[in-house]
Design a protein around this ligand. Structure first.
Ligand code: ARG
Length: 481
């Protein structure tokens, strides 16, 4: 039997293999809500401009709502021979209401229909990401507030570099996520034009009102070029690139959590809720959620690459290739959403080990730069020379098997007689972090200001910086010249 939705000129139905390669209903049924909303807007507009009678419009709308109800209660039977969500819905509408259903497809095509449906879907997904990103940012900001003065090693090349505060480190991700948020917002703004009424590719001779359908579906305006409208998939590509960047950021943080939670580092403990045990090694707590987040970026970027390859070289306007946009995009969007949710949960439950971080920050002569800076600022020694002298001081400490803080004033004078006891004030990791008060630097009082800024931005409630303790309990915190 030929397809009753388009089979007029066909004598037989498609080969089974053809049906299998052609059908999208297996995955595009996810678009049922958007498809029905689009059809309701379209039918309502057709009645407004006099193409449909009000009675037909009402029958169509009632019927579409019944179809939606059936799908939501799992009473709907999707049929592969009806190819996709658009024809499955319309065919069921015909069964339910009879003749008026046949008038719904006036002045539109599946080409503008699918572009509209998917835009609505992606727009909803973006709105979810925006809310999820803010939730993760807020979770990070709360943790950062608790850790404004927590000292940890700052790394370059994953080697101890200079002490930083954990609050500062966490806020670095808040900044990245802020840019991700901006990219999604931007993509949303650009996608929000309605393709509906572009019809197959050239527009339609019917006197339709595209502004009305655009407004009914929450679009800012109708698209201005029908060829572009039915063949544009930029909105998905843009969303997938924003998703790739966001997932890459999550992946970096996930990698840090994997490292930090290892026995060798021991900086944090991940909660039972986000770790798993081993079936053979009873002592294990594996950071599986972090590892999976670390990996997800591959699928998300894979979706971007895949769709980019689908689109490149496609002539205008619609080609069936474009049906390949959905599976990868659905997968990428749910992967990102799941990753954001899991990361938020991990951040909320994370237990930092402050002593361990401090001890690690203190290792590896991490305040050597502070010694050099002291020589420059107190003794007016050129930085290059100060760097050299400091190198000799580090070598002496290494030889004596102690930290810079452990050296006596005689030790310092042995290297350079101009050094006096004031040098001891800059040797602690607390002093080092507290001294970095330049805008954007790691000093606890800076971090407190940034925490307050983000809190205000994220909650809409003005928030004041928390008071920072002047001394960190170890060494001579905050006392810098
Ligand atoms: N299932 C199709 C897709 O996702 C809908 C559009 C089909 N249009 C067509 N002319 N065959 O792209």
């Amino acid at each position: 039997m030929s397809n009753r939705m388009w089979g007029g000129r066909f004598a037989t139905g498609p080969d089974a293999i053809m049906e299998e390669i052609n059908a999208s209903i297996g995955f595009d049924q996810r678009l049922y809500k958007q498809d029905i909303a689009g059809s309701i807007a379209h039918a309502t507009m057709l009645a407004q401009v006099g193409i449909l009678t009000q009675a037909d419009r009402d029958a169509i709308v009632t019927g579409l709502k019944a179809v939606e109800q059936e799908i939501e209660s799992n009473a709907f039977t999707f049929s592969r021979s009806l190819e996709d969500i658009h024809m499955n819905v319309e065919s069921r509408l015909k069964e339910l209401i009879g003749d008026p259903a046949g008038r719904l497809h006036t002045a539109r095509s599946r080409n503008d229909q699918v572009a509209t449906d998917f835009k609505l879907y992606v727009r909803d997904a973006i709105d979810t990401f925006l809310a999820q990103i803010q939730a993760l940012q807020l979770a990070l900001v709360k943790r950062a507030e608790e850790e404004v003065s927590t000292i940890m090693p700052g790394f370059t090349h994953l080697q101890n570099a200079q002490p930083v505060t954990l609050g500062h480190h966490l806020l670095a991700y808040v900044e990245m996520l802020g840019r991700d948020y901006g990219r999604f917002e931007d993509a949303r703004r650009r996608l929000n034009e309605s393709p509906l009424g572009s019809a197959a590719l050239a527009g339609t001779p019917y006197p339709i009102d595209r502004d009305a359908t655009a407004a009914a579906l929450g679009f800012d305006r109708p698209t201005a070029n029908s060829l572009d409208a039915v063949s544009d998939r930029d909105f998905i590509l843009e969303t997938l690139s924003a998703a790739t960047l966001c997932a890459m950021h999550l992946s970096r943080f996930a990698e840090e959590l994997v490292i930090w939670s290892s026995a060798q580092f021991g900086f944090v403990k991940l909660s039972d809720k986000f770790t798993t045990g081993s079936s053979i090694m009873p002592q294990k707590r594996n950071p599986d959620a972090a590892e999976l987040i670390r990996a997800k970026v591959g699928r998300i970027m894979g979706a971007l690459t895949s769709l980019m390859m689908v689109m490149k070289g496609l002539p205008l306007a619609y080609s069936k290739d474009m049906q390949e946009d959905k599976e990868v995009a659905f997968d990428a969007m749910s992967s990102l959403s799941l990753s954001l949710a899991a990361m938020t949960g991990m951040v909320e439950d994370l237990v930092p080990n402050r002593e361990r971080m401090r001890a690690s920050a203190n290792a590896g002569f991490s305040t050597a730069t502070d010694v050099a800076d002291w020589l420059v600022r107190q003794l007016n020694i050129p930085f290059r020379e100060a760097h050299h002298i400091t190198g000799q001081i580090v070598a002496l400490a290494e030889q004596k098997g102690m930290s810079l803080e452990g050296l006596t004033i005689e030790d310092f004078k042995f290297i350079d007689h101009r050094i006096d006891s004031r040098i001891h004030k800059v040797l602690s990791v607390e002093a080092s972090a507290a001294a970095r008060k330049s805008y954007g630097g790691t000093a606890p009082e800076n971090v407190a200001v940034q925490v307050a800024r983000w809190r205000t931005a994220l909650t809409g409630v003005a928030s004041e910086p928390v008071k920072v303790k002047r001394s960190g309990g170890h060494g001579d915190g905050g006392a810098t010249e």
